[in-house]
Design a protein around this ligand. Structure first.
Ligand code: MLT
Ligand code: ZN
Length: 452
């Protein structure tokens, strides 16, 4: 079997790759800033392989029998599953499994549990499963998932299936187990089926894109907007001028308003277009008259709405063209949200290429991103733990929506008390006693207390 050649190369192959700092077939990521090396995760970050079993010929043969045609071992096919979405680091998994049923996931996990094989469940960026790069040689489970969960089926680490699938809106029988799995990043179980809540598509959607002269005005506009738009306000997003510059330069998008230090995107969703437009119009009139906003545009048709949203939603993409990106996803009281960007900018000075801030201001969620030509450990040390200490001082959270994953797990204590972390570790030990599910992610390993 040709595929066998791939995993037999095992440790020696990996060692030689590390020596050459090059994994055969894994491209160097390219951005406008030049070529960036996709280095092994364990090389960039000090992490040691836990004593899991190594994948053997017999393991692959077992999976081939269980799910013929859905076992990927080819070097080229496995490659994209090993690299993170920012194309900055790579794991060295040699096997991707594509289960289609709860029964298959159950059999795979039962087998891995018995054999002590580590598993990396990947399922997109819902935050429900890992979706991140394997660190060492975990088996990748590629599953598809959705959002807006009201219930789901899951399979625990030992392969036992938990059938909690229901479409009831209310069900208060015992503990609400799904909450434990949401945000657990595939470390507690693998979700195999979901029941989702589908809200009705709003009849009237409007988007306003506005320029503000200061962050204080962004905040005041938010207060006014909440008071005047009330129940139809469905999004309040912000970005700074550097973000606009990046989407213009790298993605060739054009700003629809005059240059401003800050931009705000406001979305309304309602059921009566005349009523909603009138409310939005009144709000905009007041915001302009009082000088909160200096320029703006409004879209009511789908195409223009999409164009305005792309200015905000494609910032992340634009940033990847700058070189290496240090990403932080912080929750803060809105009044302090941009102070972190300003303080970080002052702290890093010329050592960073850009320090930018954007995010979901309506949720108190800041995306602080710092770019440099390439990864530098000394720059990382200038950013961390400063960013976490700053956030903790303001009673914020160091992970608002993306999860702690691999890079931030040791900083959890900046946002959670020891007792809460201990309880999480106890849950983990109970549900996954061998720690095979997404090891190296989300929680610090039990004896290893945080640096906080
Ligand atoms: C966004 O809001 O654009 C993303 O959550 C940011 C990111 O993934 O960096
Ligand atoms: Zn976001």
């Amino acid at each position: 079997m040709a595929a066998a050649v791939v995993w037999r190369r095992g440790a020696a192959w990996l060692r030689s790759c590390r020596a050459n700092r090059e994994l055969p077939g894994v491209p160097r990521a390219r951005g406008c800033a030049g070529s960036r090396e996709v280095v092994p995760t364990c090389e960039r970050y000090a992490v040691r392989r836990l004593p899991f079993a190594r994948l053997a010929d017999g393991d692959v043969a077992f999976f081939e029998r269980l799910m013929p045609g859905r076992v990927i071992t080819g070097e080229e096919e496995v490659k994209p599953f090993n690299v993170d979405w920012l194309k900055s680091v790579r794991g060295c998994s040699q096997l991707v499994l594509k289960p289609q049923t709860t029964a298959e996931v159950s059999q795979i996990l039962r087998y891995c549990h018995e054999r002590n094989l580590a598993v990396n469940p990947q399922g997109g960026n819902t935050g429900l499963v890992g979706g991140s790069v394997p660190v060492f040689d975990e088996i990748i489970l590629s599953t598809a998932l959705m959002n807006q969960i009201i219930s789901f089926d899951k399979v625990l680490a030992d392969g036992s299936a938990l059938d909690c699938l229901t479409s009831l809106r209310k069900d208060n029988t015992g503990y609400d187990l799904k909450q434990l799995f949401i945000g657990s990043e595939g470390t507690l179980g693998v979700i195999t089926a979901v029941s989702i809540l589908c809200p009705q598509r709003p009849k009237a959607v409007n988007v306003a894109f506005l320029g503000c002269q200061s962050f204080a005005k962004v905040l005041e506009t938010f207060t006014t907007c909440r008071a005047m738009l009330g129940e139809i306000l469905s999004a309040y997003e912000f970005m700074d001028e550097k973000c606009m510059e990046l989407v213009e330069t790298h993605l060739k998008l054009s700003s629809p308003v005059a240059d401003s230090p800050f931009y705000v995107l406001i979305e309304t969703s309602g059921s009566n277009s005349t009523h909603d437009e009138e409310k939005l119009h009144n709000f905009l009139e007041q915001a302009m008259a009082s000088g909160l906003v200096t320029d703006g545009t409004v879209a009511t048709d789908e195409k223009k709405i999409k164009v305005l949203w792309s200015l905000r939603e494609r910032i992340t993409e634009a940033l990847t063209h700058e070189g290496y990106v240090y990403k932080y996803d912080i929750s803060l009281p809105v009044g302090k949200l941009y102070d972190l960007v300003t303080d970080m900018r002052a702290r890093l000075g010329q050592s960073a290429k850009n320090v930018v801030g954007y995010g979901h201001l309506g949720d108190g969620n800041l995306h602080l991103n710092i770019t440099a030509e390439s990864y530098s450990h000394s720059l990382l040390e200038a950013i961390e733990p400063f960013v976490y200490e700053w956030t903790a001082r303001c009673s914020g959270s160091i992970s608002a929506e993306h999860g702690l994953g691999f890079k931030k797990r040791h900083f959890i204590h900046y946002s959670k008390p020891h007792e809460a972390v201990l309880l999480m570790q106890q849950f983990k030990a109970m549900l996954d006693p061998k720690g095979i599910l997404n090891p190296y992610k989300t929680l610090p390993s039990a004896p290893d207390r945080s640096t906080c």
